[in-house]
Design a protein around this ligand. Structure first.
Ligand code: KIV
Length: 264
């Protein structure tokens, strides 16, 4: 299994780190076979799989169940699990319990949490407990209502400075990597240059140490949501819909099952 020391080395060697979200055993198995470096059981599962409007609906129970499924699908993959909304804002003991549950019951290799201000002590405590922590800055979806929507962060010089300072703080607190979501390319590249730990970008240009995409965006599974930065590698929605439509037609037309498909 790859680990945090490999990711640090990849950054030093300028070998881009590959990450994709995964929420279940089948996609984890495929991601592992495709040679992905690590998967993220993102709280985006609340939207992509459970159909909620935002990530605020992800619960600890939900995240543990999906993380465990991913682990069952790919026993040797480095798995990062998101800490759900507010679970790291209720004090150190609660946060360490949730992180521990994601590691122990879910089989995660690391946890990810958003932001830094106001929960520096929590990050330090989780890292101090022996759990690798990935930070997440820029567009932090759990704060979508405070940010006023899903929009690029760090355009003004004050905002850019704040994100830069937060990235340095996360490194100081012991994070092994940081996701930079929807920040201007130059800012992401400057942060990446300034830090020793790797940055993983999403919608933040090519100057980061690696890239992460939401699996459903990459596979084109949601026709109503096509972020500009997410390259679509498959027309998944249409492909699956057409396969199911063929199945429906075959059953209705008595073409399925065929003689050789009848087992008993
Ligand atoms: O939950 C998620 O999928 C994420 C990625 C967008 C980085 O946090």
């Amino acid at each position: 299994m790859k680990g945090i020391l490999d990711f640090a080395r990849y950054k030093r060697e300028r070998r881009p780190i590959t990450m994709v979200t995964s929420y279940d055993a089948w996609s984890a198995r495929i991601a592992a076979e495709a040679g992905i470096d690590c998967v993220l059981v993102g709280d985006s599962v609340a939207m992509t799989v459970h159909g909620f409007e935002d990530t605020l609906h992800a619960t600890t129970e939900m995240m543990v169940a999906h993380t465990a499924a991913v682990r069952r699908g790919a026993s040797k993959l480095f798995v990062v699990a998101d800490m759900p909304f507010l679970t790291y804002r209720k004090g150190i003991a609660h946060a360490v319990d949730v992180a521990g549950e994601l590691m122990r019951a879910g089989g995660a290799s690391a946890v990810k949490l958003e932001g830094v201000r106001g929960h520096e002590d929590v990050i330090e405590a989780i890292v101090g407990s022996g759990i690798p922590v990935m930070g997440h800055l820029g567009l932090t979806p759990q704060s979508v209502h405070q940010l006023g929507g899903y929009r690029v962060q760090g355009r003004s010089s004050e905002e850019a400075q704040r994100i830069f300072d937060e990235a340095r703080a996360l490194e100081r607190l012991g994070c092994f990597a940081i996701v930079l979501e929807c920040v201007p390319e130059q800012l992401a590249a400057e942060i990446t240059e300034a830090l020793a730990i790797p940055t993983i970008g999403i919608g933040s240009g090519g100057g980061t140490s690696g890239q992460v995409l939401v699996l459903h965006d990459l596979l084109g599974l949601n026709p109503d949501f096509r972020p500009r930065f997410a390259r679509k590698y498959l027309d998944g929605y249409e492909t699956i819909r057409d396969a199911l439509a063929r199945y429906v037609e075959d059953v209705r037309g008595a073409r399925f099952p065929a003689r050789e498909e009848i087992l008993c």
